[in-house]
Design a protein around this ligand. Structure first.
Ligand code: CP
Ligand code: NVA
Length: 312
């Protein structure tokens, strides 16, 4: 294990900011090595718990398959079939699970609930999406961009749409990796100011962090154009007002004309064709969306191997 990564053994991954730049880059290298079959870390006999309070296809399945490939296994602790859903205190659940499991991946609403698990647990807690961040997604996203261009040095990632959890982790992880990150979003849907300030502080002089209300300006010359749903899980009742607010922010062929000629298109999925992305762009040769979904698996294998101190 690279020296940068061995320091992460036993730690939590609650935010993209829990890693430094060298660690983030080393994780991407390990993920690429695992994907190519150059590395085969082992977690035989280790068990990961999954507590998901929101729906998931990619995150749940990729964590389950990642543990299987590493020689370990997962237990699905869906709140509806465990005492979590009946209100058992987080601090009790976290301490009990620490006696059985080697790590827990949690998808929930409040980042403070995730933090409460981490505070009480003695095993690594992993953010599998909260309303604030989606750091596992950002690892797969930058792995996909690195694959497409060979290196991330000097590249620009533009995210068009809602300044949400996905945008927050892209900002922080991009800053850590030296990537210019631009967010194109309408007024009222900016990423949180504290996250933008955090990303700017990390980027400090190495790359640019820019927020723009002009999607064409944000996309100009970008190497990756990324979008996500306009209404995230928990915001379903705002769907129709958001469709109005985000008019002009669809990643379609006319917006893509402003990007670099070799630009790739990314989306964390699930996608709403005809809203945040056109069907034509989604199915275009620029799309790396399904490579990106696959890369969740490789990035999370690297993450689990690192946090759980895998051999090999
Ligand atoms: N991108 C992502 O996290 O997908 P799921 O909600 O299906 O896990
Ligand atoms: N922003 C979306 C991401 C889903 C993977 C949500 O939180 O619903």
């Amino acid at each position: 294990m690279a020296a940068e990564l061995s320091a992460l053994n036993g730690l939590d991954f609650l935010s993209s900011a829990d890693l430094n730049g060298a660690q983030t880059q080393a994780l991407l290298t390990l993920a690429a090595d695992i994907k190519a079959g150059r590395r085969n870390p082992r977690l035989d006999g280790k068990v990961l718990g999954l507590i998901f309070s929101k729906a998931s296809t990619r995150t749940r399945v990729s964590f389950t398959v990642a543990m299987a490939r590493l020689g370990g296994q997962t237990i699905d602790l869906n709140p509806s079939v465990s005492q979590v859903g009946r209100g058992e205190p987080i601090k009790d659940t976290a301490r009990v699970l620490s006696r059985y499991l080697n790590a827990v991946a949690i998808r929930t609403f409040a980042q403070s609930d995730l933090q409460a698990y981490a505070d009480a647990a003695s095993i690594p807690i992993i953010n599998a999406l909260t309303d604030l961040e989606h750091p596992c997604q950002a690892l797969a996203d930058y792995l996909t961009m690195q694959e497409a261009f060979g290196s991330l040095e000097g590249l620009t990632m533009t995210y068009v749409g809602d300044g949400n959890n996905v945008a927050h982790s892209l900002l922080i992880a991009g800053a850590l990796l030296g990537v210019n990150v631009r967010i194109g979003c309408p007024a009222g849907f900016y990423p949180l100011e504290k996250v933008v300030a955090q990303a700017k502080a990390i980027a400090a002089g190495r790359s640019e962090i820019v927020i723009s209300e002009d999607p064409a300006e944000a996309v100009r010359g970008a190497h990756a154009v990324y979008t996500d749903v306009w209404a995230s899980m928990g915001q379903e009742e705002e769907q129709s007002t958001r469709v109005q607010a985000f008019r002009g922010f669809c990643v379609d062929e006319s917006l893509m004309r402003h990007a670099d000629a070799k630009a790739i298109v990314l989306h964390c999925l699930p996608a709403h064709r005809g809203e945040e992305i056109s069907a034509a762009v989604m199915e275009s040769s620029a799309s790396r969306i399904f490579d990106q979904a696959e890369n969740r698996l490789h990035a999370q294998q690297a993450l689990l191997a690192t946090l759980l101190g895998a051999e090999g």
